[in-house]
Design a protein around this ligand. Structure first.
Ligand code: ACO
Length: 400
């Protein structure tokens, strides 16, 4: 019951908490994490059960509206999203202007900002009807922007959405399909990607979600806030870690003959600031429950897709060595969700720069749910951290 910020305000003091290690920025009823026990729940439902029994759109509804949808509500949600998957035709000109080597995360955040310019009705965050419409538009159009970013990078023509397909199937077809050719959707691939989206769908006040909330706390609209969230996710210490993990595994494979001991030594000696990417978490001081689910899935997926990968053996060896080494156990460093996902994305045919885009597609409903919770919080106010000033004391500007 102690309100520390009020207490500090009355004493005229400011608390310093670099990286917000011990400071809660809000009250939230969306996601529960117990980092010591490795527990993650969305609206009370354990992540393991959602991954096994739910679908991404059902979980999205749960996060955004607070309860599981009825059959009719889910159908209506799916239909509305399907009706909004097209991008405004003028958006093509944005994609034409980006260089082919553009990172798709940069294209994704620009794309989210850019589409908002077509929807003047999205500007008022307190207009419930328009917030609803912005929610549907973002859920519907983010996969289209993501697949166009991919198509641009490989020099292939864009494919319009196919509204007869499900959410993930449609994204896979727009990404990997080619015009005039039949695209066979691999059911294993779409099921696994749907499950991975569920695992990424929310994670309470992480860096990108806090960004979405902070930008939104200035009453910036949903598109502006989500675009900022995509940019925060881009960073290699956050969502960008899934790309960094694969690059690390490839480096060990190609330049060290698969020998992980040298690499682990380098990490422990903190040489050149090198870290074991995909390891460690601010909140989990135990195995990340999402990583446990992905780890179980990865070998199965590679086998079923008939795509064995020497990088998986390297990853398993890295984990085994790390988990039996004092450096890692003392610091409670365990694999996080990013450690194994890249291997699945690679087997599916996604190039490494697309990995973080997939994370963003999964995280979208969480960002939306958190933004909406914040906007509707009667206690909400603009986010405005204080600082502890360490600069020069007052001094006179020299006379000339
Ligand atoms: N490899 C090696 N050492 C590590 C790692 C790592 N991956 N992560 C933390 N450490 C060490 C730190 O060097 C530090 O050691 P010290 O006490 O000797 O100085 C100690 O563990 C504590 O680490 P902090 O940096 O204080 O932990 P923090 O909570 O600030 O950082 C983070 C968490 C950013 C996730 C960190 O563990 C990291 O950089 N991991 C690699 C990147 C990564 O996988 N990010 C994805 C996070 S999950 C997500 O966004 C989905």
């Amino acid at each position: 019951g102690l309100d520390v910020s009020k207490l500090l305000a009355t004493t005229g003091k400011v608390g310093l908490d670099v990286g917000f290690v011990n400071t809660a920025s809000c009250e939230s009823s969306i996601t529960y994490i117990d980092g010591d026990q490795g527990i993650l729940r969305y609206r009370g439902y354990p992540i393991e059960q959602l991954a096994e029994k739910s679908s991404f759109l059902e979980t999205s509804w749960l996060l955004i509206y607070g309860e599981l949808p009825t059959k009719a509500q889910l159908e209506e949600f799916q239909n509305s999203i399907t009706r909004h998957t097209l991008l405004h035709e003028e958006m093509r000109r944005f994609f034409e202007a980006f260089p082919r080597e553009a990172h798709p995360m940069a294209v994704l955040s620009s794309g989210v900002s850019a589409i908002s310019t077509f929807y003047q009705d999205s500007l008022d965050p307190f207009d419930e009807e328009h917030v609803e419409l912005s929610t549907i538009r973002l859920m519907a159009k983010l996969p289209t922007i993501a697949s166009y970013a991919y198509k641009k990078s490989v020099g292939q023509p864009f494919l319009y959405p196919d509204n007869t397909l499900g959410y993930v199937e449609n994204f896979l077809r727009m990404t990997f399909g080619v015009p005039a050719e039949q695209f066979e959707i691999d059911p294993v691939m779409s099921k696994v990607l749907d499950m991975l989206f569920i695992l990424h769908a929310d994670h309470e006040q992480n860096c990108s979600t806090s960004t979405v909330r902070l930008v939104g706390s200035a009453q910036a609209n949903l598109f502006a806030s989500i675009s900022a969230g995509v940019n925060a996710l881009f960073g290699p210490l956050h969502g960008g870690a899934n790309q960094a993990v694969l690059e690390m595994l490839e480096d060990i494979h190609q330049n060290h003959g698969g020998d992980v001991t040298d690499f682990v030594k380098k990490v422990k000696n903190k040489e050149d600031g090198v870290k074991l990417m995909g390891f460690g978490h601010r909140v989990y001081k135990n195995y990340d429950p999402r990583a446990a689910i992905v780890k179980t899935a990865v070998r199965d997926v590679l086998e079923r897709m008939n795509k064995p990968d020497p990088l998986l053996d390297i990853a398993m060896k890295l984990e085994e060595i790390a988990l039996s080494d004092d450096y890692f156990t003392e610091r409670k460093l365990y694999p996080n969700v990013d450690f194994y996902t890249g291997l699945i994305y690679k087997a599916m045919g996604f190039p490494t720069p697309m990995f973080t885009v997939l994370f963003a597609l999964g995280r979208l409903p969480g960002w939306i749910a958190q933004w909406r919770e914040m906007i509707n919080d009667p206690k909400g106010k603009i986010g405005r951290p204080r600082q502890v000033y360490t600069g020069a004391p007052a001094r006179d500007f020299p006379s000339k």
